[in-house]
Design a protein. Structure first.
Length: 482
């Protein structure tokens, strides 16, 4: 059965020879680096839950290629039920990790490329779809993590790729050979790249014929020669080096992003899924974004943890019965469930593409992610409101453990007599982590910009809103004849 255990996954990462840099130095063993380990643990949870019987309905699926049970992260959506299970699994994993568990971009990339290559082949007689299926089989049978790489650095946003002062600001083909292509450029904000076996590259925007060299999609192993990974900093990241569990807030789990440079990377023909078909770029980008936007149901799982932490922090100081506190918890829940409802709705309204793979309802998917660009900020604001200023003024765990002054921290930060000061410190640090610390990368800024910034959704909502149809509805009711 192609399902790796947590240990097998970590061992498989150890076998990779990543060219990964942090703080100006090459990291010799990423799996042993204290800043990277929590993010690895979060991805490992996608393997762990696939081994637990009660979660297997959501965390695994039956491959339409082989009939084997595979991790759902490597599955091509075969029905609305598959789309719904994905969303439910996203929430579950958010609840278990309270962070970005990174494996979803590759999943949505596989699905978008699967359906798009089918349609490119139909038009051009190419063989991209068969290649993608072969790659998919490799990923499914070896239970691999794929980094989905879309976002180019983009330089001057007012110019298309071919007009940039530096032509590498969008990833491009620099050489075409009989056995493959050579590419150069970079992808920014790459979620989970250090925990991935493969990188799946897609173009980032719709392009014109002049941008042919930029219309490229392919997959290569993450440790391919020429790939350089430069790890992104996160707020409070070096707390993970201090050996203090409490001060990190969520010491076991976290996410990460990195800049991934492709310095003349060779891609063999059987790993190329698009090469110059500019007219299909819009479809690929739109389908990837469409799939990835409801994947942000992950944030509702993290939201569940934050709501729980807020309720607990209130209980520890005896204000949990106050009506305004209850009302704030209700508001947080209302916002959280509204995001979830949209993710569920666009999945249940999904429909098959010509390839047979299912696609979500694009309009509702964009509404879903648009809510995600706003609601976590309000939920975080309410969490900070209820939790109080101690979220940012609490002394360190080392002070708490100090034989000389620890008793002051213990005494003066005690809430209700039945709650331990340490428990209160832990929950406040968790709130800090999610709203201001390294966890806020995933819960806040990633909610804003991941899977597209708010304006990207507004463009789609404007395009799909079908105002002419609505005008006709109004005319019919108002009995206007023109
Ligand atoms: Fe997955 Fe959410 Fe992280 Fe995106 S932000 S990779 S959807 S967990
Ligand atoms: Fe993301």
């Amino acid at each position: 059965m192609p399902l790796k255990t947590r240990e097998e996954y970590i061992e498989s990462l150890r076998q990779l020879n990543l060219n990964l840099w942090m703080f100006g130095e090459k990291v010799s063993s990423p799996v042993d680096h204290p800043i990277i380990i929590p993010s690895m643990n979060a991805v490992a949870m996608t393997y762990e839950l696939a081994q637990v019987k009660e979660y297997q309905e959501l965390t695994t699926a039956i491959s339409h290629l082989t009939g084997n049970r595979i991790n759902r992260f490597n599955h091509i959506y075969q029905s609305n039920e598959d789309l719904l299970k994905k969303v439910r699994r996203q929430r579950l994993l958010g609840q278990k990790t309270a962070c970005c568990y990174q494996r979803c971009v590759g999943m949505d990339a596989l699905n978008a490329i699967y359906s798009t290559t089918f349609e490119i082949d139909e038009k051009h007689g190419t063989e991209y779809h068969e290649r993608l299926k072969k790659f998919l089989l490799h990923v499914q049978e070896n239970d691999l993590v794929s980094d989905g790489a879309m976002t180019d650095p983009k330089g001057d946003r007012s110019l298309p790729p071919h007009k940039q002062a530096d032509p590498d600001l969008f990833l491009r083909v620099v050489e075409r050979r009989s056995d493959g292509i050579v590419v150069r450029g970079a992808k920014a904000h790459q979620t989970g790249i250090a925990n991935s076996h493969e990188v799946i590259v897609m173009p980032t925007i719709a392009m014109t014929e002049k941008d042919r060299d930029y219309a490229v999609s392919f997959a290569v192993p993450a440790d391919t020669e020429g790939i350089v990974i430069i790890y992104g900093r996160q707020s409070c990241d070096t707390r993970k080096l201090e050996g203090s569990e409490i001060d990190v807030g969520n010491s076991r789990f976290g996410g990460h992003e990195a800049l991934v440079v492709f310095e003349n990377v060779f891609v063999p023909n059987d790993r190329i899924f698009m090469n110059g078909e500019t007219e299909f770029e819009g479809m690929l980008v739109e389908r990837f974004a469409g799939h990835h936007r409801p994947s942000y149901a992950c944030k509702t799982g993290v939201g569940d943890v934050l709501i729980g932490a807020t309720a607990l922090a209130a209980r520890y100081i005896g204000v949990d019965k106050a009506s305004h506190v209850k009302d704030k918890l209700i508001e947080m829940t209302h916002l959280n469930e509204t995001m979830y409802a949209c993710a569920i709705a666009c999945s249940s309204e999904g429909a098959p593409t010509p390839s047979g793979a299912y696609l979500i309802d694009l309009l509702i998917s964009n509404v879903c992610k648009h809510n995600v660009t706003r609601f976590p900020y309000e939920i975080a604001r309410l969490a900070e409101d209820v939790a109080g200023g101690l979220v940012v003024t609490l002394p360190s765990e080392k002070d708490f453990r100090s034989p000389r002054i620890g008793r002051y921290v213990e005494k003066y930060f005690k809430g209700i007599p039945s709650a331990a000061t340490e428990a209160r410190m832990r929950v406040l640090r968790l709130i800090e982590n999610l709203t201001l610390g390294s966890g806020a990368v995933g819960y806040r800024t990633e909610s804003m910009h991941g899977a597209g910034s708010p304006q990207a959704q507004r463009i789609m909502i404007g395009r799909l809103g079908n105002f002419d149809f609505k005008i006709e509805l109004a005319k019919a009711i108002a009995r206007i004849k023109e």
